[in-house]
Ligand binder design. Structure first.
Ligand code: NAD
Length: 338
């Protein structure tokens, strides 16, 4: 199948080309991000392959349909950037990669927690300047602390296990479904309000839906423990960044580690080191000594990229063969929140 691969980076090409040896798709790599101004570049291809910050709203989907696109393959798990109702109306099949390597994201989440809590990036910067003073670098043991995991699906369940069994935290969890294996491991399910009230550390692992947008807002922050640490490796819009900044300024929030940001589409995945960043909220966030931000890289392991390529190209082969793809995203799934 001929496929326009949008937002293609060198690492995407490497893993897609390697996996494609078994499929023989015709992959046309485009550096451009998919939006209204670039949709026409897909002309002549029945499928497009996209990533988290490509835009697939109704207008873009209509533009894609008008140039003959019949399938959208997301090389990611989240699909909050796709107007599924419009896709259904236009007869465009949408597929995603539901689980490529939850370990990649869970391990990175633990990395962020440790790096933030123990001031590892700040310490490395100091040592680079021959500053070996330890003032200001005091951390806290994870062992014995109360960790709250919101969303215990593939990634959240692993994070809960690592915190509980690996670090000896008391783990509270909040989800619409209860994972009995986690309960057996000592994880306690509580309503999200209780989790916020009791947890020293809150880590977000639920999808972005209308219900979870700004889950962490001014009200949630007010309910939280003083000095709470907030970690988000899921989707940026789970957090109201302006409220988060107010929480940091008042010291109600004691630390923040983010791999995602609500307005990341204008920033992440590009080298903007010679540009003037216009996003004042993001720039303010970076000024806090107790904030750590990475540019949506929790998924970025050899294993995950290999699995993403394999599943994406497999789904496109199923579509080409006229089969119902196993990893199709249906509109009902949004209503169910998964
Ligand atoms: P998943 O579907 O396996 O699990 C999500 C869980 O959240 C489910 O158990 C679901 O019941 C639960 N949930 C839904 N609504 C909820 C609510 N209102 N409150 C509490 N729980 C709720 O998803 P996953 O694969 O574990 O992914 C989790 C998140 O991580 C997604 O947002 C995904 O987009 C994101 N993600 C980020 C990266 C990255 O590189 N940073 C990579 C992969 C996935």
């Amino acid at each position: 199948m001929r496929v326009a691969v949008f937002s293609a980076k060198a690492y995407d090409r490497r893993f897609l080309d390697a996996a494609n040896a078994a499929f023989g798709h015709e992959l046309d790599y485009l550096e451009a991000r998919l939006d209204a101004s670039t949709a026409a570049l897909a002309a002549g291809r029945p499928a497009v392959c996209v990533f988290v910050n490509d835009r697939l709203d109704a207008g873009v989907l209509e533009a894609l349909a008008s140039v003959g696109v019949k399938a959208v393959a997301l090389r990611c798990a989240g699909y909050n950037n796709v107007d599924l109702a419009a896709a259904e109306r236009l007869g465009i099949t949408v597929v995603r990669v539901p689980a490529y390597s939850p370990e990649a994201v869970a391990e990175f989440t633990l990395g962020l927690i440790l790096a933030l809590d123990r001031n590892i990036p700040r310490a490395c910067n100091r040592v680079r300047e021959n500053n070996f003073a330890l003032d200001g670098l005091i951390g806290r043991n994870l062992s014995g602390r109360v960790a709250g995991v919101v969303g215990t699906g593939r990634i959240g369940a692993l994070v809960a296990r690592m915190l509980r069994l690996g670090f000896g935290c008391e783990v509270l969890a909040s989800d619409v479904f209860q994972d009995e294996a986690l309960v057996a491991a000592g994880v306690r399910y509580v309503p999200v309000e209780t989790l916020l009230r009791e947890a020293d550390l809150v880590s977000l692992h639920c999808p972005l839906t209308p219900e979870t947008r700004h889950l962490i807002d001014a009200t949630a922050i007010a309910q939280a423990r003083d000095g709470v640490m907030i970690v988000n490796t899921s989707r940026g819009a789970l957090i109201d960044t302006t409220a988060l900044i107010e929480g940091l300024k008042s010291r109600k929030v004691g630390g923040v580690a983010l791999d995602v940001y609500e307005q990341e589409a204008d920033l992440f995945f590009e080298d903007l080191s010679n540009e003037i960043i216009q996003d004042d909220v993001f720039q303010r966030l970076l000024t806090f000594p107790n904030v750590l931000v990475t540019g949506h890289q929790a998924f970025l392991t050899e294993e995950a990229l290999g699995a993403i390529a394999q599943t994406t190209l497999g789904s496109l082969a199923e579509i080409e063969a006229g089969q119902v793809p196993r990893h199709q995203v249906l509109r009902e799934a949004v209503v169910a929140g998964g």
